[in-house]
Write a protein that binds this ligand. Structure first.
Ligand SMILES: NC(=O)c1ccc[n+]([C@@H]2O[C@H](COP(=O)([O-])OP(=O)(O)OC[C@H]3O[C@@H](n4cnc5c(N)ncnc54)[C@H](O)[C@@H]3O)[C@@H](O)[C@H]2O)c1
Length: 455
């Protein structure tokens, strides 16, 4: 068996499990060893702000997620929203009602970037605008928090990476799960060898409702007057006004990135964060449009398979991901990592760790000792170490979204790169986008995750 840093630290982990087991019996299944360091680090981050250290933000794309992003950002002490941009009049009216009629509002994001009172922008537009607004914002000296996936096509990534490098500004992509306590705990467990050698990982995202499958309500006043249709299409194919293409943009390839760009990308971000991986070198996808035959151009069932090559951080392993928008179980989501000695189910708030071995079967000394003990006790049963542990967050945890913004603003204040910067964001987006390429071209796609190049 190959020795990696995971297997070599197995014994250290077994010791930690023994300590954890003691906590489990006395204090119940709550936060175990290691979590307190994470919390102390987080509190230290929050305290590093000077009292007059305000950050002024603007929201570009004030729809569903952009609004949630801005609301979460405003929970971070010292952050103030001064402007909002959107292409639909109803969204700008909502923004004024929510944040005050004195905020600056516009349909043209370039007016936001010209303002000297804006330090950072949140980009919550559909995917086909992420690259251009990110590049323009960075080169105008603004820090930026851009929703996932970072880019709309594989060829767009280098421009954002270069703009971040050239500008020296902070850039963060919005896969908030990787800032969660759940993902931090999973990373700590993985690095301590909790599941042995990583062999296989799988993720699943299932939904079974019209809204879950992107059939959003169309506002009654939607028209070519209330929507800036020309601007919306100005970087893609020209068409006549179509409210479905504006309000249900995820269904169309000119604007969205299908279920993989919408959902797989979260799983890639978490997996890459937990394993310190740069990504797969082979991507294969299949699927189909099985149920939501409403004119959409992308599948509602997608199966992706990904080969991860060996790196210094992890052995070679396989990943399979599924999205199913026609899931009769009414939906579930998970990320599972399976190793030679156990498995972890990872969410943003919990980690379920299951061990499949309590001693190494190759360890002859331990096997002999166990035999001696069995004989000495003449058949009496033994007390076994715990085979399963459940790590969960403390009550009152503000969640992954809050933590991701805390990480972002901390990086802005300290002039440092964010946890999910342009390079990380591109490496998470790439396999999701290549999954679409593989599906539509009906062939495997090769990717170099280190150089971030095709082939
Ligand atoms: N991190 C998450 O968990 C999460 C969840 C949902 C959505 N998202 C991401 O957030 C982004 C927005 O998704 P949504 O569900 O909020 O969509 P949405 O349709 O609700 O909002 C998008 C808004 O952008 C506006 N817009 C379009 N083009 C624009 C432009 N050029 N300039 C300014 N405004 C423009 C639209 O008018 C609309 O109000 C997507 O990239 C999506 O992938 C992330």
């Amino acid at each position: 068996m190959k020795q990696t840093k995971n297997t070599s630290s197995r014994r250290a982990f077994v010791k930690k499990m023994a300590v954890g087991a003691a906590v489990l019996t006395t204090a119940g299944p709550t936060i175990l060893a290691g979590q307190s360091e994470v919390r102390q680090f987080f509190l230290a981050r929050e305290k590093s702000r000077a009292p007059n250290d305000h950050i002024q933000i603007a929201l570009i794309g004030a729809g569903g997620m952009g609004t949630e992003d801005a609301k979460t950002a405003l929970q971070i002490p010292g952050v103030r929203l001064v402007a909002a941009c959107d292409l639909y009049a109803g969204r700008l009216e909502d923004a004024r009602q929510r944040w005050g009629s004195d905020i600056f509002t516009t349909r043209d994001y370039r007016e936001i970037l010209e303002r000297s009172d804006v330090d950072a922008v949140i980009i919550g537009t559909p995917d086909h605008w992420h690259k251009q607004i990110s590049v323009d914002a960075l080169l105008k000296g603004k820090s930026a928090y851009c929703e996932k996936p970072m880019v709309h096509s594989i060829s767009e990534g280098p421009a954002v990476v270069q703009a971040q490098q050239k500008s020296g500004r902070t850039y963060q992509v919005g896969s908030q799960g990787m800032s969660s306590l759940g993902n931090e705990k999973a990373r700590e467990l993985f690095e301590s060898g909790a599941i042995g050698q990583l062999i296989y990982a799988e993720g699943f995202w299932a939904r079974n409702s019209p809204v879950g499958a992107w059939q959003y309500a169309i506002p009654k006043d939607a028209s070519a007057e209330t929507v800036d249709w020309e601007r919306y299409l100005s970087n893609t194919t020209r068409r006549d006004f179509d409210p479905l293409r504006f309000f249900r943009w995820r269904n169309y390839r000119d604007y969205g990135t299908g279920v993989s760009g919408d959902l797989f990308v979260h799983l890639f971000s978490s997996l890459h964060f937990i394993t310190s991986s740069m990504g797969p070198n082979k991507v294969m996808a299949t699927g189909g449009l099985r149920f939501w035959k409403d004119g959409r151009e992308v599948p509602d069932v997608l199966l992706g398979m990904f080969d991860y090559p060996e790196t210094a951080a992890h052995p070679a392993f396989n990943l399979s991901l599924r999205v199913n928008f026609v899931d009769g179980t009414s939906g579930s989501t998970y990320l599972r990592m399976v190793g030679s000695e156990g498995a972890m189910d990872v969410t943003w708030n919990d980690v379920f760790l299951r061990k499949n071995l309590t001693t190494d079967p190759m360890d002859a000394f331990m096997a002999e000792k166990a035999d001696e003990l069995d004989k000495a006790l003449s058949g009496r049963k033994r007390m076994l170490p715990p085979a399963e542990a459940h790590y969960t967050v403390e009550e009152g945890y503000k969640g992954a979204h809050f933590d991701h913004f805390a990480n972002f603003f901390n990086a802005v204040r300290n002039g440092k790169p964010a946890i999910e910067d342009a390079v990380f964001g591109y490496r998470a987006a790439a396999p999701a986008l290549l999954c679409n390429d593989s599906y539509f071209q009906e062939k495997p796609v090769r990717w170099d995750p280190v150089k971030m190049q095709l082939g």
